[in-house]
Ligand binder design. Structure first.
Ligand code: TTP
Ligand code: MG
Ligand code: MG
Length: 386
């Protein structure tokens, strides 16, 4: 008998940073509010909060309430541009301390109901509900999702949206379909009717550039992607990404929900605004490369790790991706050491095409205290019995 399909949920908080701000300023509920900018703005006399129309600068929107989104503004949009669309929207500065507090709180609440949880960032998690919903019925999944939403609201005052599906890929896509405060449950049988009509870019892993490239090839919907010949996709997008696209469109994803909180690696990657040429854009590339290593070293320091294996990832303009790695004699957290090792990895890659993505990864992680001070030193008998 084949195993029952898994019941995987993706839970994502609604307009997270803005919703946390509304807990503090409940009288702003129902109004367009955006979070963004570097620092608090001065308010005009008589105003409690600054309005977008008063903003001058290059800041961008971090997030916006659904009332503000209805006016056309969204995360990533310049605040001045947003000010033209929603001049009366209120602008609040970000308070990451508060967001981290509510992030921990909602995750602890969910974990009490569904302990098989994977942390995916400040406002989202995956859950494996298979044990809680042993028959795998959509009704059972919906009941658990409702219970989760209720518990999160009780504990935090915040709303979230939940998608439940046979795997992570579909669950993530579904949690976004009925925001805010939505619950979307799909089974494999629902794929043609509910998933295939959606635009391909809804799939997590198909970014704006890949979506644009698909569109020029005549593929706009997930269904059209599913119908495309996998070999043809591989021809256009490289062997690995091509087959991944084919499988994703068929709702195929076996990745487990990983509960362990200890990371296996720490990585940073960046997709360039325009594809960079390994020779004519060498200086630019090198600068990005160094910055990536510095950010990675800062991530390691913040998380409290050193790592022994330095990995490099390059994706070319034809979407072909290569990785190389190098293992050092001793674990490091040093930006220059990481940069040097990753640079050596780069020399092992034939660089003949423009580069669209550059990534650096450090794995083989250890806590600094776990490294014996003289890892290579073997004590002598005399030392052992001293
Ligand atoms: P998201 O879950 O992407 O967005 P959201 O929670 O604000 O809204 P939605 O209801 O659509 O889920 O991101 C979570 C938080 O991460 C968001 O509140 C602010 C922050 N964020 C950024 O800092 N920059 C960004 O570009 C995005 C998209 C989010
Ligand atoms: Mg969210
Ligand atoms: Mg999110």
């Amino acid at each position: 008998m084949p195993p029952l399909p898994r019941s995987i949920a993706h839970l994502d908080m609604d307009a997270f940073f803005a919703s946390v701000e509304l807990l503090r300023y409940p009288h702003l509920r129902g109004q367009p509010v955006v979070v963004g900018g570097r620092r608090a703005l001065a308010t005009t006399e008589g105003q409690e909060f600054p309005c977008l129309r008063d903003y001058v600068g290059r800041g961008v929107i971090t997030t916006a309430t659904y009332e503000a989104r209805a006016l056309g503004v969204h995360s990533g949009m310049g605040l001045m541009k947003a000010g033209q669309l929603a001049p009366d929207a209120l602008l609040l500065p970000a308070d990451f301390e508060a967001y981290r507090h509510y992030s921990r709180l909602f995750k602890a609440t969910v974990r009490e109901i569904a302990p098989h949880m994977e942390d995916r960032g400040i406002d989202e998690i995956y859950l494996d509900l298979s044990a809680l919903n042993p028959d795998g019925t959509p009704d059972g999944a919906r009941r658990i999702a409702q219970q989760l939403q209720h518990a999160v609201r009780e504990a935090t005052g915040l709303s979230c949206s939940v998608g439940v599906a046979p795997n992570k890929l579909l669950a993530k896509l579904c949690s976004d379909l009925d925001k805010p405060a939505g619950i979307t449950v799909v089974t494999a049988a629902d794929l043609p009717a509910r998933i295939w009509p959606l635009p391909a870019r809804r799939i997590n892993g198909i970014g704006p550039k890949a979506a644009a490239r698909l569109e020029t090839l005549g593929i706009a919907s997930i269904g059209e992607l599913a119908a495309a010949d996998p070999a043809w996709l591989q021809g256009h997008f490289g062997e690995r990404y091509g087959i991944w696209l084919h499988r994703a469109a068929h709702g195929d994803d076996e990745r487990p929900v990983v509960t362990e909180s200890e990371p296996k690696s720490v990585s940073r990657e960046t997709t360039f605004e325009r594809d960079l040429h390994p020779r004519s854009d060498k200086a630019d590339l090198s600068q990005h490369f160094t910055r990536l290593c510095e950010q990675l070293a800062a991530d390691l320091a913040r998380k409290g790790y050193l790592g022994k294996t330095i990995g490099l990832k390059l994706r070319f303009d034809n979407f072909h991706t290569v990785t190389r790695d190098q293992t050092l004699a001793t674990p490091t957290g040093d930006a220059a050491t990481i940069r040097r090792a990753a640079g050596e990895c780069a020399r092992r890659v034939p660089l003949e095409r423009r580069i669209r993505l550059l990534g650096v990864r450090v794995s083989g992680l250890v806590r600094p205290g776990d490294i014996p001070p003289h890892a290579t030193h073997t004590p002598t008998q005399a030392e052992l019995f001293a």
